[in-house]
Design a protein around this ligand. Sequence first.
Ligand code: TTP
Ligand code: MG
Length: 397
Amino acid sequence: MEKIILHLDMDAFFAAIEQLDNPQFRGKLVVVGADPRGGKGRGVVSTCSYEAREFGIHSAMPISQAYKRCPHAVYVFPRGKRYSEMSKKIMKILHRFSPDIEPVSIDEAFLNISSTCKLFGSVENLGKSIKKMIHDETQLIASVGIAPSKFVAKIASDLEKPDGLVIVDKDHVIDFLAPLEISRLWGVGKKTLPQLQSLGIHTIGDLARYSQKKLIDQFGKAGLHFWNLANGIDAREVERHVAAKSISKEVTFDVDKSNRDELCETLLYLCNELAREMRKKNYKGRTITLKIRLEDFSTFSRSKSFSQAINASNLIREQVVDMFSSFDRKGKKVRLLGVGLSHLQIGGGQIDLFEGSDKQENKIDRVIDQVREKFGEKAITRASLIHTQHDSQWIRD
Ligand code: TTP
Ligand code: MG
């Protein structure tokens, strides 16, 4: 059977929900993110309405920079709970179109519609129906891409945002990809982009025509991966139930910090928050990442991978503190700390890798989760964290 993949991504998701819930914000420049504090805020933009994008504001931009560009925009602090609630509603709608769904982040998912598209008459009708149903039931707008592979479907959903519907059939994949910039390829980042450009490769078409052997010689496995994608070869299946690729928590300090105890206290807080979210979603992860941004904005990450996945707070804490202790910040102050888990999987048994304190620790974690769930966030916390008050932000990978 011919494989047909649909990728759906909501438009300006957090900002669109703010405009929905606050009709006075509609048509306005809405920036969701940290408090700008009159231009002195230190966090980042989560997202912004398309109206604000016209002024160059975008996700991950320092909020102070956004404020400089648009002091008159409406600045809203993220309401994670509301966004998750809306996300669940959308994912439920998607299940009416296919049982094969892979949620990728809070506002996007892949669907394998190879067999179900016949029920809708045509692929185009299915695409239109999914967008209409989401709009009818949530008043939010989604962009959709439909193609023979995940990679092409994802590019297609982004191409005509907002309110896009782009369909690429199997005979047109190469032509569709050819004029696009190579920065759209998964895996082409800050390092590889200039290297590819120096070989005269600027578009995906240039890459598709380039010698596969030369790419492998220069980039190893990644070279083959780039060449395959550029030629429309992407055999990855839609993996049911595997949601986020990673979950992370980070905090930007009001004032850069150098005191080790204070930094460790923040790390413990972030680890606990991360572990809690992991347990809530019934995820475990095999790779722990520590992110550190110093006062001069230089940013570092340190990762550790394990053969088995974990989600217990104590294990995450141990590893993170260990990585932090061996990081040499050369006396510089710290601006931001973040911790994340990736290579996620659903549930599974507890690990034997760190056997011992685990069971007891998991019990403590569960009791803390239950008390907080019932009596609120501040009802209970670990003794080592009672001085820590942070607003950790959800960030995407
Ligand atoms: P995106 O789908 O990347 O962005 P978007 O939905 O706001 O806009 P677009 O129309 O371009 O899809 O991310 C979904 C949500 O995730 C976004 O609304 C806010 C959040 N987010 C962050 O908090 N930080 C980030 O750096 C990014 C990229 C997204
Ligand atoms: Mg989106």
